[in-house]
Design a protein around this ligand. Structure first.
Ligand code: IDP
Ligand code: MG
Length: 150
């Protein structure tokens, strides 16, 4: 079982698509083990996107991601990183597969609705940034035998 971080970015919240995005994550079978609305400050944003500090779009990304509330989700499931990345679609919504969240709902490479961890290693790092221990809930779902290989 692995864990991943998803964020509904400020445009997702503003456009009233948080429910749709979270619903798709739930319907896929990923288990929500943590959820909260926060507004990212520049310190948090820099920490989260530290890999992108040298990119030409970094300052624009900082403005965008701190421009309004986001919803952070801690997720669990078999290969949850891969499941989430496939559900989300590629970075540029214009190239994302129809059926994916970005492919169906977005047009902007920057305002692309959501974030999803890109590896197990970054998932661990990112979950530590957004959630502390008491905000993560470990519980059994009675339906899991129908969703997950035993
Ligand atoms: P990802 O969100 O699909 O993992 P990353 O390459 O990690 O994509 O980029 C982080 C975020 O930076 C993207 O989700 C998007 O909001 C923004 N971004 C990425 N590439 C560009 C670009 O070329 N122009 C503007 N913003 C970008
Ligand atoms: Mg990324």
């Amino acid at each position: 079982m692995s864990r991943a971080l998803a964020l509904v970015k400020p445009d997702g919240v503003q456009r009233g698509l948080a429910g749709e995005i979270i619903s798709r994550i739930e319907r896929k079978g990923l288990k929500i083990i943590g959820i909260k609305m926060i507004e990212m400050n520049s310190e948090l944003a820099k920490q989260h996107y530290s890999d992108h500090v040298d990119k030409p779009f970094f300052s624009s990304l900082m403005n965008y991601i701190t421009s309004g509330p986001i919803i952070a989700l801690a997720l669990e499931g078999p290969n949850s990183v891969q499941a989430l990345r496939n559900l989300m679609g590629t970075t540029n919504p214009l190239e994302a597969t129809p059926g994916s969240i970005r492919g169906d709902l977005g047009l902007s490479i920057e305002k692309n609705l959501m974030h999803g961890s890109d590896s197990e290693e970054s998932a661990k790092r990112e979950l530590n940034i957004f959630f502390n221990k008491v905000e993560i809930f470990e519980y059994q779902r009675t339906l899991d035998d129908w969703i997950i290989e035993s």
